[in-house]
Write a protein that binds this ligand. Structure first.
Ligand code: HEC
Ligand code: HEC
Length: 298
């Protein structure tokens, strides 16, 4: 058994090309000194691999000095700070919120699916209140509950303000496949409500252009129809609640199920204005009292 074939046997047994029994036999036949040499070589390759990985990760910080260190191979004293050098990630809100955008969307895609809502551009008071609701048990989606469990109000406000400022493209409107009576019904509900059901118009709270009213009422455009329908289902089933009096829960319960499907399809088919910015509520009186709005405007 010569050294090269032993090295081959060990390497093969790593990648599984050679059958395990053959590799084992080769190793058993080798003298002890050969095994020690092979072990040293494998260890050296392994350590070199890790060292170059660390260099790669810490590289952005070290770059100014890189030219120098190439000419002078570094003695051990200079390598140790490198090994422990911090990974160069800027401690900004944008970096910290990357964890959220895996579900809530980043620049190339405003939302990953119809289930994780868009956050970008929604009024800060609204976003803040939703996080508080996850923390305090009014909303129950477990990953969100865990994420905000130990956040302070101050940090949640900062996060909410960050996402309010974030300007991401909206998805294109969904195709409108409703029959004409359904379109008329959706318009009626959105613009005038339904007196027979004691239902106020959506625009009275969400603004004439449906782009929301700061600080606490979100816009209704650019949301997927599945998402809108699911939210209404959650309000009706008590899975989603707001600070009492919960005006959206009330609106959802006053609507007929058919109306909800119609509204969701119609809203999702509306084009989003180029600059979708919430208006301000100011001294406007809402047709129903909303606990979340009262809390945000107090
Ligand atoms: C695992 C995927 C996931 C991650 C990660 C995640 N979220 Fe969420 N988030 C969701 C889903 C799904 C909902 C809607 C749940 C529901 O309707 O009950 C949601 C809802 C929200 C809402 C309410 C939005 C609205 O319009 O109702 C806010 C605010 C929010 N998340 C903030 C965050 C922040 C801040 C982070 C990062 C710290 C984060 N999320 C990370 C999936 C996620
Ligand atoms: C009395 C005021 C009021 C009226 C009327 C109202 N809303 Fe709302 N809506 C709110 C508030 C406030 C919220 C924020 C939810 C909360 O309080 O937690 C909201 C939230 C929503 C959301 C969640 C948006 C998101 O980004 O997750 C949808 C969807 C919605 N409303 C649809 C409607 C529709 C459709 C109508 C008309 C049928 C309507 N609302 C009428 C006050 C109102």
């Amino acid at each position: 058994m010569r050294l090269p074939s032993l090295i081959k046997a060990v390497l093969w047994s790593f990648v599984g090309v050679r059958r395990r029994a053959d590799a084992t036999r080769d190793v058993e036949q080798a003298p002890a000194w050969m095994i020690v040499i092979v072990a040293l070589i494998v260890a050296a390759v392994f350590i070199a691999g890790i060292a170059s990985l660390v260099r790669l990760v810490a590289g952005t910080r070290e770059r100014p000095a890189a030219g120098v260190s190439v000419e002078a191979p570094s003695p051990p004293t200079t390598t140790s700070p490198k090994l422990h050098g911090p990974v160069a990630v800027n401690d900004t809100m944008a970096e910290r919120m990357v964890a959220c955008t895996t579900c809530h969307g980043r620049t190339t895609q405003a939302t990953k699916d119809a289930f994780s809502p868009r956050l970008a551009g929604k009024p800060a008071g609204y976003l803040f209140h939703q996080m508080v609701s996850f923390r305090d048990g009014r909303r129950t989606y477990p990953p969100m509950v865990y994420l905000v469990q130990y956040m302070t109000d101050g940090y949640m406000r900062e996060i909410a303000e960050y996402f309010e400022q974030l300007d991401l493209p909206y998805p294109p409107p969904e195709p409108l496949t409703l029959p004409p009576q359904a379109i008329a019904r959706a318009r009626q509900l959105v613009e005038h409500g339904d007196a027979a059901r004691d239902l106020p118009a959506c625009v009275e709270c969400h603004g004439e252009s449906l782009s929301g009213l700061a600080p606490a009422i979100p816009g209704l455009l650019g949301l997927p129809s599945h998402y809108i329908a699911a939210q209404f289902g959650a309000w009706r089933g008590g899975k989603m609640r707001s600070l009492p009096p919960d005006c959206m829960g009330e609106v959802a319960r006053r609507l007929a199920p058919d109306d909800i499907a119609t509204l969701a399809a119609w809203l999702a088919a509306q084009p989003v204005p180029a600059k979708m910015k919430p208006g301000t509520q100011g001294s406007r009186r809402l047709p129903l009292t909303c606990g979340s709005v009262t809390a945000a405007t107090r």
